[in-house]
Design a protein around this ligand. Structure first.
Ligand code: WT7
Length: 649
């Protein structure tokens, strides 16, 4: 495979795209020199009930923090995603859905989506949901997931979507944090030929004595599988819909009214409810979707993310639907029943834009020993990557095997907190370098700082911060504003701290090097090592645990746990499996450790702090240069750990 390191924009693409290099430079310049003027203009891309006159009111001062965009405007997110398209695009397909089993296919036009959303919004009202209420959504990848989200937004309710892979305990803590009274779920989900008992998980979550707020559970019949039905609490989706009216006026929301909460892991404590508001988020999600993917009217756009993650929120629902796009939604996984599924789907639905994750690309690459099965890729124009750094080898494979060297790759760096893409190439403007997310989007001012917070100029490496606000920025941690300030604005005062490290090269391109905090990224899923540790120590046999990430060929990072057992407990293979299963049931399968090493002792300072950098090195099998161990209370523990290490190259 070639190791070309620069992929210049082709002259045709520069000519035919929305933004070429000159336009990028001009618009970027304007967006940072005159943000008020820039966003006054681009704020118009959204339909406002009452137009805004204020643009941006922001302070990143940790003693007096506020973030407001378009604050005196009013709008409705769902009106923007559905109603406003009815006149010109009523019969256009909004959602193409393909089941886990490819023989199941459905489409919804914008007009049909409008009817479904209006009816379900009325159904929610009939169950007592009011503006400002938090509604929990735990759904499979079916159009009803998007309908549920849009229905909440239509009546001003705040949705909190929980990824279908999370366990009953994780569901319970999220429901509690949001004080949800209504939960929307389905009997089961189907993924890769297997069913996942969503309703049974909800039942278990609601059995927890801590969960006191839930009054209603709305259940979609997806598979018809057996479920327990709790009389008075559980209601069928289809029974509510059968008696619901098709007319439902969209609530007039203030720009800064909450749109949704989405939980994400940090370096400490339980997952945070990232709060996004309405106006700025909609402007930013739709604008980035249009420019980053160079989206054109009548294109078919496929994002492989689950709605349970921010990518599913911004780039499967709100961004593309606000732009009137045709979105392909897939219930299953693109490498099941085998790797040809992805190509078949591109071909079957004439996909023009594909947005997926490095972990999937690496999985395809690993299985495609004879090259990727041939498919007609002629519709494909733009390909995206998101979730973690993409290694140049996977980038080139994606470019050659899926894009057939015809499609630029937009490597989009962003976070749950940022609402939309902050650093990414624009197809017609940016020469590509495999592995680099390249340059900031309009209005975004990234910078690098050293550990003291000093700005690094020119080429260099450091902590990635953002110097000023953009409209899609999160506004708070739900129910804990102090934590918001503390997590993002206190490390480097006056700046938003991303938690990532990055390098900037001589062309001003950013290369994200990964998290610099105790967050790990497993197959693009973000996990806090502290969460996994607290799950492990909750096991009766465990005295202490330390969790780190280690390089993993497919997942990007794997989970490596060092476990100290209680004195009377025996180390055994059985217990090792039991601990992995334990974490699976405490948090979810995605958090289950790949490797568990027994650790009679952990490397600690004299004051008792675990020195994780040693543990990271041992987990990475980099044991020849561990560094200075003189600050350890007992440096000899390292020898034992090195001796017993599990990941040997
Ligand atoms: C973290 C955010 C953004 C939606 C999916 C993940 C990592 C994300 C990239 C990329 C390098 C990336 C960062 C970031 N990340 N995209 N293109 N290149 N790293 O959202 O769960 O909030 O995770 O994912 O480390 O901080 P998330």
């Amino acid at each position: 495979m070639s190791t070309q390191s620069l992929y210049p924009v082709s002259p045709e693409l520069a000519e035919n795209s929305k933004i070429n290099e000159d336009q990028y430079r001009k618009m970027y310049q304007e967006s940072v020199v005159n943000p008020e003027g820039f966003w006054r203009e681009h704020g118009q891309r959204i339909s406002w009930f009452k137009p805004f006159t204020k643009i941006k009111k922001v302070s990143f001062d940790d003693h007096n923090l506020f973030i407001n965009w378009f604050a005196d405007g009013t709008l409705n997110a769902t009106y923007n995603c559905v109603d406003r398209h009815l006149e010109a695009r009523g019969d256009k397909t909004a959602i193409i859905w393909e089941g886990d089993d490819p023989s199941e296919q459905r489409t919804l036009t914008y007009r049909q989506l409008h009817i479904e959303v209006s009816k379900f919004a009325n159904a929610l009202r009939s169950q007592g949901v009011r503006k400002g209420d938090v509604v929990t959504i735990y759904m499979p990848m079916v159009p009803e997931a998007a309908i549920a989200m849009l229905s909440c937004a239509r009546i001003g309710a705040v949705h909190s979507v929980i990824f279908g892979g999370f366990s009953p305990d994780s569901i319970a803590s999220r429901i509690n944090d949001g004080s949800s009274r209504v939960v929307i779920t389905s009997d089961e989900a189907i993924r890769g030929g297997r069913t996942i008992p969503l309703k049974a998980n909800i039942d278990l979550a609601l059995q927890s004595p801590d969960v006191k707020t839930v009054e209603k559970v709305i259940v979609l019949n997806r598979t018809g599988g057996h479920i327990d039905f709790v009389e008075g609490r559980d209601v069928w989706w289809h029974e509510l819909m059968a008696v619901s009216s098709e007319y439902c006026q969209a609530e007039e929301q203030n720009a800064e009214d909450p749109l949704f909460i989405l939980y994400t892991s940090g370096s400490t404590g339980s997952p945070k409810g990232v709060l996004h508001t309405t106006g700025g988020y909609m402007v930013y999600a739709s604008m980035t979707h249009e420019y980053v993917f160079d989206y054109r009217e009548d294109e078919v756009y496929w994002c492989t993310a689950d709605v349970g993650w921010i990518t599913g929120h911004s780039y499967m629902v709100y961004g593309p639907l606000a732009n009137g796009a045709t979105v392909l939604m897939h219930e299953g996984v693109p490498n099941w029943p085998d790797i040809s599924r992805m190509g078949e789907m591109i071909e079957r639905h004439n996909v023009n834009i594909l947005y997926t994750a490095p972990t999937l690309i690496r999985a395809l690459m690993a299985q495609a020993t004879e090259g990727y099965p041939n498919f007609d890729s002629s519709s494909l124009r733009i390909m995206g990557s998101v979730g973690e750094p993409i290694n140049p080898e996977a980038w080139r494979w994606y470019y050659q095997e899926i894009g057939k060297e015809q499609c630029p790759i937009v490597d989009t760096w962003w976070q749950t907190e940022t609402g939309g893409v902050l650093i990414s190439p624009l197809p017609g403007a940016t020469d590509l370098k495999p592995g680099s997310a390249t340059r900031p989007f309009f209005g975004v001012q990234p910078a690098l700082v050293d550990n003291m917070g000093n700005l690094i100029d020119g080429e260099g490496e450091g902590n990635l911060v953002i110097l000023d606000s953009w409209p899609g920025q999160m506004r708070s941690v739900y129910g804990d504003h102090e934590r918001f300030v503390l997590t993002y604005f206190k490390t480097f005062r006056g700046m938003y701290f991303t938690g990532d490290g990055a390098r900037r090269d001589g062309d001003g391109y950013y290369w994200i090097t990964g998290r610099v905090d105790d967050v790990i990224n497993v197959s693009g899923h973000r996990l806090g090592t502290a969460e996994i540790e607290s799950a492990l120590v909750a096991h009766p046999d465990v005295a202490e645990a330390a969790v780190v990430g280690y390089p993993h060929d497919i997942k990007g990072q794997g989970i490596y746990a060092y476990v100290t057992l209680n004195a009377d407990k025996e180390e055994s293979e059985e217990l090792r499996q039991a601990l992995r299963q334990w974490v699976r049931s405490e948090i979810g399968a995605l958090a289950s450790p790949d490797l568990v090493q027994w650790a009679p002792g952990l490397p600690k300072t004299r004051s008792g702090k675990i020195m994780r950098r040693f543990l990271r090195k041992i987990a990475a099998d980099e044991v020849s240069a561990l560094g200075d161990a003189s600050t350890l209370a007992d440096p000899t523990v390292l020898d034992g750990l090195i001796d017993q290490r599990m990941n040997r190259g």
